[in-house]
Structures are given as structure tokens and as C-alpha cells.
Unconditional design. Structure first.
Length: 79
């Protein structure tokens, strides 16, 4: 686990991206896997909440949008 220091001296722990760590690939064909990175209203979680690296966050967004176009995921969920 890498540790970095913030300007105020606090130690900040940085964890590895789950997808990088396990060499996983997200695809639109796995809507159940993609749902893990969406909130209850059907929105894509931000990086700080999903804990993905920038590369995999972009991949997640692309695959969720593909799954929505193919009606595998809803665009929005009724509250």
C-alpha cells in the first residue's frame, strides 16, 4: 500500500484500483458487474466513490453507456 503526505502533514493511504489489482476487464455484457459501480438511481459513481483509477473509470463509463443503449441497464430508475 502506498502512502503519501498531504500539505498539512496528514498521511493519506492510497489503495490500488480493484480492476488493476485483479486484472479484470469490464464489458457491457456483464450488467450485474456494472451495477456495482452505480447508485440506486442508476447514475455512475464518481471516482472517489468507486475507487477506480482514471483509466478504468473511463472504461466503466463507456461500458455503462453501451449497456444502456442495448437496454441491458436503465438510463434512470424510478425512485
Amino acid at each position: 500500500m502506498n502512502r503519501t503526505t498531504t500539505p498539512r502533514g496528514r498521511v493519506k493511504s492510497r489503495t490500488e484500483c480493484k480492476l488493476c489489482e485483479h486484472d479484470l476487464v469490464l464489458t457491457y455484457k456483464q450488467p450485474e458487474e456494472l451495477k456495482r459501480y452505480m447508485n440506486k438511481l442508476g447514475k455512475i459513481l464518481p471516482r472517489r466513490a468507486s475507487r477506480l483509477c482514471a483509466k478504468h473509470q473511463r472504461q466503466l463509463a463507456r461500458e455503462v453507456k453501451r449497456a444502456r443503449k442495448l437496454a441491458l441497464l436503465p438510463y434512470e430508475v424510478e425512485p
